[in-house]
Design a protein around this ligand. Structure first.
Ligand SMILES: [Zn+2]
Length: 355
């Protein structure tokens, strides 16, 4: 049994990428270079789409729908750093905030986000993610993406050539450093986008003082990091290991791709549905049991559109147990939100009567 918790992302459906190409007036990015950046992001999105289709067709029986595709909206933004770039110390925990903080605050101001320059880089990621969430769908030519990622590609200094924020759908690429490090920047970009959707690193890197952990769990399905080079059980090439243009067997699970039911539909793409609602045998009349397909991915239970269950938990059935808040009586609507998110998984509504 596990507690119902916050939504986690998974890579599915139409995903909007808000590409911010960030330069500085002293060193502008030319239109030729800008086109190369846009082309690299396009290549990254095509690779991810192909990997989704490869996965779908490799199932037995094959999953018969497309897993993901991407819509890119790009804009070029020019910002002036507030401070000179500090020298690198080699410690990422020091270098990443120190370098990014010289210019990310001004980027947010230029974008119209009134977040003062803070010492916490995650606050900047959060502000960028919030701004993307509020984006008009017209930025994606009238198509409504089911999820949005902010991708910053910049020639301004970064403490590391590319990384993604863990809690927020934001990834950053230092354009020159990434090209110096790798021949295929599109794969680096695809790798970082995968992080946004739950994929874990599978490599070790001495200079970065990083070693993957095989017991770490990734993504909405919370699958362990089995292809981690340091002690994992599989040893396969992967986008998350060394930017190979293929996926190992665990990364798709981190991205939320499964068809455990074998019904040729990705499990997480199955819309949640409440098919049963009952008071289990109990002396507590406020306890309800909610059953139905897709409910193993529940993230929130809500009563009468306003009151969230604070004690909801999922058992293996899948079913959810939750207490109706004590102030609610009579016919009560119940809806369940799942990891499919607000857009894809509209909460299914059902009715329960509490005496
Ligand atoms: Zn990574």
């Amino acid at each position: 049994m596990r507690r119902v918790k916050q939504r986690k992302r998974f890579m599915y459906g139409l995903i909007g990428i808000r590409l911010l190409i960030v330069d500085t007036p002293a060193k502008p990015i030319s239109t030729t270079e800008r086109d190369r950046i846009v082309a690299s992001v396009l290549d990254a999105s095509r690779l991810l789409r192909k990997l989704g289709n490869d996965w779908a067709w490799s199932r037995t029986p094959p999953v018969t729908h497309e897993i993901c595709r991407f819509a890119i909206s790009w804009e070029q933004v020019s910002v002036t750093p507030l401070a000179p770039t500090p020298p690198k110390t080699g410690l990422l925990a020091v270098d990443i905030p120190a370098h990014e903080l010289t210019w990310v605050g001004n980027l947010l101001t230029t974008l119209g986000v009134t977040t003062p320059l803070a010492l916490d880089i995650e606050q900047h990621h959060e502000a960028l993610a919030d701004q993307t969430d509020g984006m008009l769908e017209t930025a994606f030519f009238g198509r409504q993406p089911s999820d949005l990622v902010t991708l910053v590609v910049t020639t301004l200094p970064m403490g590391w050539f590319a990384y993604a924020s863990r809690p927020e759908p934001v990834a950053l690429i230092q354009w020159e450093d990434a090209q110096q490090e790798f021949k295929s920047v599109d794969r680096v970009i695809a790798h970082e986008i995968c992080h946004v959707f739950g994929a874990l690193d599978e490599y070790e890197n001495a200079s970065m003082q990083y070693t993957c952990v095989p017991t770490e769990r990734g993504g909405a399905l919370e699958f362990p990091n089995s292809n981690c080079i340091a002690g994992g059980t599989t040893h396969q090439e992967c986008l998350m290991l060394a930017n190979h243009p293929v996926l190992c067997t665990s990364t798709p699970l981190h991205l939320g791709w499964t068809d455990a039911q074998g019904d040729q539909v990705m499990d997480l793409a199955t819309p949640p549905m409440i098919t049963g609602m009952e008071a289990p045998f109990s002396f507590d009349p406020t306890l309800v049991q909610i059953t139905g397909p897709g409910l193993q991915f529940a993230t929130r239970v809500r009563f009468n559109d306003t009151e969230y269950a604070t004690d909801a938990s999922i058992d293996s059935a899948p079913s959810i147990s939750a207490h109706v808040p004590p102030n609610l009586h009579g016919p009560i609507t119940v809806d369940v939100q799942t990891v499919t998110g607000w857009v894809r998984g509209d909460p299914d509504v059902a009715l329960v009567i509490v005496p």
